[in-house]
Design a protein. Sequence first.
Length: 281
Amino acid sequence: MSGTLYLVATPIGNLSDFSPRAIETLSTVDFIAAEDKRVSLKLLNHFEIKKPMVSYHQHNRASAGEEIVQRLLGGESCALVTDAGTPAISDPGEDLVKQCAAAGITVCAIPGPCAAITALSISGQATGRFCFEGFLSTSKKSRREHLESLKKEQRTMIFYEAPHKLLSTLEDLAEVFGDDRGISLCRELTKLHEEVVRTTLGEAVAKYTENPPKGEFVLVVAGAPAEEKEAASETDAAARVAQLMAEGLSRKDAVKQTAQELDLPKNVVYDAALHLDEDDE
């Protein structure tokens, strides 16, 4: 019987956020796959956990992933951890999950900290509908193409960004989305100097031009405003009623359906239909 891959979310800044279930899981698995063993060792030492570790990261994910899968198929259990946050979210762990799924290996999530959701919850932006876009490309051309594809996106958008790239990203965001688009810049989440700056893209560019940014950022950007639909005219209503009646509907049913389709009051559609009769006389 194959073992289980556990995706164990780790603190994004505050060690007190590490759950008892996460500690128990790391303490009972056969081995731990870590993005950076040096970083994970500090976490393990803090909670007095001693387990063998293997490296699993962006540059060795193909070979390391295959080795982990083989060990899981052999009956061992493994906990996958990243340096901070939830494995497989904007993270090479997604490839390991796919490999395990293809091999019929059970994958179990041990929920916990996630910078994207943490930032969204305190951003002050709309949270009902959102999309996570991860890290933007370091290539200006690719980054602009990505943002252009999101120009009409009405959902709140979440991006991760490093301090040395923040200003260029904000400049591109402002140029594509407009200076007055709302943004919440969430920095050093759960840490001592946690900060949320709620402003506009134009003001954010000005702020970080004068004050070089420090720390990792989550950018929560307001979605585009809904496009206003052009209201249907009485001429449109009359034409639609005529079309429906020609297809066999009664005047009453044609008026009712047209009112629903064009979002017009029934009396307006009925009057338009009467004018149609007058034009025919």
